[in-house]
Design a binder for this molecule. Structure first.
Ligand SMILES: Cc1ncc(COP(=O)(O)O)c(C=O)c1O
Length: 388
């Protein structure tokens, strides 16, 4: 797949390219925000969708056990999950699955702990369900963001649920075995329900392998609801597919029944074709895509070091996000607007935590050419800014 080739997404109602069109107006747009890739899907996925679309009837369709087996095989092979089809429930999206799990396994007013900064929809869904958001702020270490385990211990003491995001959006951390085990111990100590958002599990770099929290203890095996998906991995978020892994039999049955009743387990006819093509026929694409993302990630590190050294950031271990600290600059909270004046759209830090106003998140899943445009704008804007 030639990922260098820019794909024009005009007239496809792509949120990434439409949301700011009127704000940017006549300037060239460089959208580096919402979490999808400006990189074409595998040919196998494209062909499977075209083939299905050519059939003129899109009626009710049965999702047999083979779809669940696909998830089980994928997560056993990639992440050593040791599950079978009857540990999996299909869902139309990770956020719907998390909301469903939260409603089923906690009650109104319960505390839900998140590692902060945090993917913004987490706080929205927790508040929507009338539970209380409790942030455990991660801290800057020498080489990476670290979990503050004393703080996490204290916050879990009064909580019902840990809503974990691993690999972590926005910091790009992939929690290692020691960290995951330590989180698991604290969850056991405080009898916590673990809802684990693992949507970015397949996108990791170097030796940073993803460790499923469900795998690290008997307690987590029985108390984890893991939400997984092919949509980030294969760039098909618009098709709305995810899987929910639950080993606890009674929790599985409760979740499966509710998911069916509220309709989220009903993935659509196109999603059904796409998932088969993704998990069975897109290995080569996946390998090439991961290498491309890694090269982009490395390029950002190199560019910041040589051209914008006052930016502070750690190289992400997973995901396609760079979490960038601009607090060396005066009025750093105004820089988001200045980037926008040049057509560059990044995610502002305040989306992720009230403490992150000096941060931006950069989605580097795009062509090299688009990434270079982004880096050049960042350099141009920041060169004119005063340092503290
Ligand atoms: C951590 C995380 N969870 C969930 C989602 C959204 O998942 P879905 O579209 O399946 O609801 C995203 C998308 O950016 C994400 O980054």
């Amino acid at each position: 797949m030639d990922f260098d080739k820019r794909v024009n997404r005009d007239y496809t109602e792509a949120t990434k390219w439409e949301k700011y069109r009127n704000v940017i107006q006549d300037k060239e747009q460089i959208p580096m925000w919402i979490a999808d890739m400006d990189l074409a899907c595998s040919e196998a996925i494209q062909d499977a969708l075209l083939k299905r679309a050519k059939h003129p009837i899109y009626g009710y369709s049965d999702r047999d056990v083979s779809y669940l087996e696909l998830f089980a095989k994928r997560f056993n092979d990639m992440h050593n999950y040791q599950v079978t089809a009857d540990n999996i429930v299909l869902s139309t999206g990770v956020i719907y699955a998390i909301t469903c799990a939260l409603r089923l396994f906690s009650k109104q007013g319960d505390h839900v702990v998140i590692l902060s900064p945090s993917y913004a929809p987490f706080t929205k869904l927790i508040e929507h369900c009338k539970r209380k958001v409790v942030r455990s702020e991660m801290v800057k270490g020498d080489e990476r963001y670290e979990i503050d385990f004393d703080d996490l211990d204290a916050k879990l003491a009064d909580a019902k649920v840990l809503l974990l995001c691993n690999p972590h959006n926005p910091t790009g951390r992939v929690f290692d075995h020691k960290e995951v085990t330590q989180m698991a111990k604290l969850c056991e100590k405080h009898n916590i329900v673990i809802i684990s958002d693992e949507i970015h599990a397949d996108i990791t770099y170097d030796h940073h392998d993803f460790v499923p929290i469900m795998n690290v203890s008997e307690y987590t095996k029985a108390h984890t609801i893991a939400c997984v998906s092919p949509t980030k991995t294969f760039n098909m978020a618009g098709l709305k597919i995810s899987g929910v892994i639950i080993k606890n039999r009674s929790w599985y049955k409760t979740f499966q029944k509710e998911a069916a009743m509220i309709g989220i387990s009903s993935i659509n006819v196109f999603a059904m074709q796409a998932i088969k093509a993704a998990y069975l026929q897109s290995d080569e694409w996946e390998k090439e895509n991961r290498a491309y993302l890694k090269a982009n990630r490395n390029r950002i590190k190199e560019y910041f070091a040589s051209c914008i050294p006052d930016i502070q950031s750690y190289q992400p271990e997973g995901t396609y996000f760079y979490w960038i600290d601009l607090s060396n600059y005066q009025e750093s909270d105004k820089l988001l607007e200045k980037f926008l004046d040049h057509g560059l759209i990044l995610s502002g830090g305040l989306e992720f935590s009230p403490l992150s106003k000096n941060f931006v998140r950069l989605n580097f899943a795009c062509s090299k050419e688009q990434l270079e445009c982004c880096l050049e704008v960042m350099k141009e804007v920041l060169t004119g800014e005063k340092l503290k």
